[in-house]
Write a protein that binds this ligand. Structure first.
Ligand code: FE2
Ligand code: FE2
Length: 272
């Protein structure tokens, strides 16, 4: 392997074109897996990740309240939903490579890198699935505006690995587990089988990403001798600007290693 893992991560982050970004991400993930399987020496290296990952000129990024809400019962509404998911997946590709590059001072077993490389590879596949769905419907990623501010959680936790793990996989990706079954149902009702198949893949693979978050969060708590539950609550209150919203997918959350006492106390936390 000629590039170090962190150089690969930064190369993905600095690639603006989404299809090129995901292609590079998948190629690097494959290289990493092959090298690991062969038992060869792995260079983690050092490389400076950008403050913001490179992005295409489209979609236009708007504040969430300026993104038009479309009725989910219409074909346009379903395209808007696929577009929003594509945007989330693209951000997720960058988030996973970013956690690999961002914290070279924190020592982890190799399994940490295996997990996030795998997650980045999965998200790259997910973006491609959503972009394919859009293209099959005569749209494309970039055709609609998308939410700005998705990188906010990354920026705010750029110096806090535990905060990053708490907010990104354990809050945001866990939220994906809560809402995806409803979206799958909606596409099923519309008899949109291609979208259902794609969303099924995404849903089945996201559990592992939440589990990676939980595993490494607990690993760090154990090493620092911290009580995981109050530590999680403190970090989410510090870095996540919003409420955790029930209903929760308790089954999949449990599968991913997130116990109810992690999330229930964070519901309505700001209400008097
Ligand atoms: Fe995903
Ligand atoms: Fe994910």
């Amino acid at each position: 392997m000629s590039m170090s893992l962190r150089e690969m991560a930064v190369a993905v982050l600095n690639t603006a074109d989404p299809r090129q970004k995901t292609a590079l991400s998948r190629r690097f993930a494959e290289e990493w897996r092959t090298t690991r399987k062969d038992g060869r020496e792995i260079e983690l290296g050092i490389a400076q990740p950008p403050d913001m990952p490179a992005r295409p000129s489209k979609p236009e990024l708007l504040s969430p309240r300026d993104v038009a809400q479309r009725k989910p019962g219409t074909p346009e509404g379903r395209i808007a939903m696929l577009h929003a998911i594509a945007h989330i997946e693209l951000n997720a590709v960058d988030l996973h490579w970013d956690i690999i590059a961002r914290f070279p001072d924190v020592d982890f077993p190799m399994g940490f890198y295996d997990d996030w490389v795998q997650a980045a590879d999965d998200e790259s596949k997910h973006f491609n699935l959503m972009a394919d769905c859009l293209e099959a419907r005569e749209s494309h990623y970039g055709a609609l505006p998308a939410h700005a501010g998705m990188w906010m959680s990354a920026s705010e936790t750029a110096k806090d690995i535990m905060g990053r793990l708490a907010v990104v996989p354990m809050v945001l990706e866990a939220r994906g587990l809560d809402v995806t079954p409803g979206m799958i149902k909606l596409f099923k009702q519309a008899k949109d089988h291609a979208a259902v198949d794609a969303l099924d893949v995404i849903y089945s693979e996201e559990v592992a990403h939440v589990a990676y978050g939980s595993r490494w969060f607990h690993f760090l708590c154990g090493r620092e001798n911290l009580d995981p539950t109050p530590t999680f609550h403190m970090l989410v209150r510090r870095y996540f600007h919003g409420q955790l919203k029930p209903p929760f997918n308790e089954e999949k959350r449990a599968e991913a290693g997130i116990a109810p006492d992690f999330y229930w106390p964070l519901v309505d936390q700001q209400k008097p």
